[in-house]
Design a protein around this ligand. Structure first.
Ligand code: NIG
Ligand code: FE
Length: 426
């Protein structure tokens, strides 16, 4: 339907990365096709894209319509708003007190086994009020947005009691209602076995299945369920039980799979029809093939590998095998304390062997599909939500190339300018 007026016309765009194409994830060689046009424009009405493409075509498409506001992109690069499909956004405290252990080479799972790591953040999260959690998460969400994210997935998993998990999820809901960035909520009560259940993981799994999942569902506080399937955390069988119960209740499924040990998480994600599997550093070819055949998106987290000084996920092999890859910060206080998707761009190129084009695909349309939003966000096409980023750069390769700084100039969410000149618009 043609609108009566254009609310915002962005013109004089240098390179416009549209990502136009199928609303589904782009696999293998398709990840190189970013649908980029030179000399572009985007017309927006009611928070939705009316036209996007070469400027002459866009002007023709909106000819005769009143334009309320124009924005001169001054030759900048424009991409769809970045989609962050995997964070542990809401939590109390931080973990720099464990940094010396990490620097001495104490493994991540050993710190956890000693009651630190995730369990240290669980203590801080339980002790924090809902308002404190909200304030801390809001600051991180501001940073994610300043670095270009317009939609962010957020997991619980630092409460590990019914009440504390609900507290985290309520904070995510409130952020979604009050912050320009859109949040997608995931219940991750099976993130660690809490100290009070040490040695009784089976009982904790029962609590997750019988009490937490139904109550989270009843209150409508999460769309997805995720589990940390790892040696010493939740076994493949426990993960299967939890995700199976979640599926029956109607949750979408995700899995932290084969991060440190090749337990078979990738295969499990394929078997259960997870929308995505995360980490995958240790995934076998067989596991990856099963994911490909089942259409599970591989969410790679190169900042986590970097920060844990761990091996890297084989994103190059995954793409060459025909998988769809998405990228994320994994923002959390332990394995990846960073809100910068632009740092992730650099690490994905240098350490995962991805090209800048593949990286953009992984952070837009594929990330959108990893959170079930491929029909609404992730590309700049008529009818899609008007979420865009304008950079102080004129081509995609410049973003990972000039690293460690923020290239974002302007962020537009649902047609509203929310970041301008690199600052949040109040
Ligand atoms: O995705 N691997 C498990 N969970 C998080 C880390 C959480 C933490 O260390 O607090 C991750 O890396
Ligand atoms: Fe994670």
């Amino acid at each position: 339907m043609k609108p009566e007026r254009i609310d915002l016309l962005i013109h004089n765009i240098g390179q416009l990365v549209t990502m136009k194409g199928s609303p589904g994830p782009r696999r293998g060689a398709e990840m190189s096709d970013t649908g980029t046009v030179s000399g572009g424009a985007v017309a927006i009405a009611d928070g939705v894209i009316v036209a996007a493409g070469p400027e002459a075509d866009v002007r023709q498409a909106v000819a005769g319509l009143r334009t309320e506001r124009t924005l001169d992109a001054e030759g900048r690069l424009v991409t769809p708003g970045l989609v962050e499909p995997h964070t542990h956004l809401v939590h109390g405290g931080s973990r720099e007190h464990e940094y010396h252990l990490k620097l001495q080479g104490v493994p991540y799972l050993d710190i956890l086994a000693q009651g630190g790591g995730i369990l240290s953040t669980v203590r801080a999260t339980r002790a924090a009020s809902e308002d404190q959690l909200y304030e801390k998460a809001r600051k991180s969400l501001d940073l994610l947005m300043l670095f270009g994210a317009t939609t962010v997935e957020a997991k619980s998993g630092y409460g590990l009691t019914l009440e504390d998990e609900l507290k985290q999820l309520r904070v995510a809901k409130r952020l979604n209602e009050t912050h320009p960035v859109e949040l997608v909520s995931t219940f991750m009560g099976a993130h660690a076995v809490p100290e009070e259940y040490k040695g009784r993981s089976g009982e904790y799994v029962r609590l997750v299945i019988e009490e937490m999942l139904p109550e989270v569902k009843r209150q409508g506080l999460a769309e997805y369920c995720d589990v940390f399937c790892e040696h010493g955390v939740f076994s493949v069988e426990e993960s299967r039980q939890i995700l199976f119960a979640a599926k029956k209740l109607g949750f979408g499924l995700k899995l932290h799979a084969d991060e440190i040990e090749p337990l078979g998480g990738a295969r499990l994600a394929a078997e259960l029809g997870c929308v995505s599997a995360e980490h995958l550093l240790a995934a076998t070819d067989e596991g990856l093939r099963a994911m490909r055949d089942a259409g599970v998106i591989a969410v790679c987290l190169p900042a986590t590998s970097f920060n844990l000084r761990a091996p890297h996920a084989r994103a190059r092999d995954m793409i060459d095998m025909g998988l769809a890859v998405a990228l994320s910060t994994d923002y959390n206080p332990g394995s990846s304390p960073t809100e910068s998707l632009q740092l992730v761009m650099t690490l994905a190129c240098l350490n995962l062997g991805m090209t800048p084009e593949e990286v953009i695909t992984a952070m837009t349309v594929n990330a959108a599909c990893a959170i079930g939003r491929g029909d609404r966000i992730g590309s700049l096409e008529p009818g899609k939500q008007a979420d865009l980023v304008l950079y102080n750069a004129d081509n995609p390769a410049y973003l990972p190339y000039h690293f460690g700084i923020n290239h974002v100039d302007t962020v537009i969410k649902r047609g509203e300018i929310v970041v301008s000149g690199g600052q949040i618009v109040q």
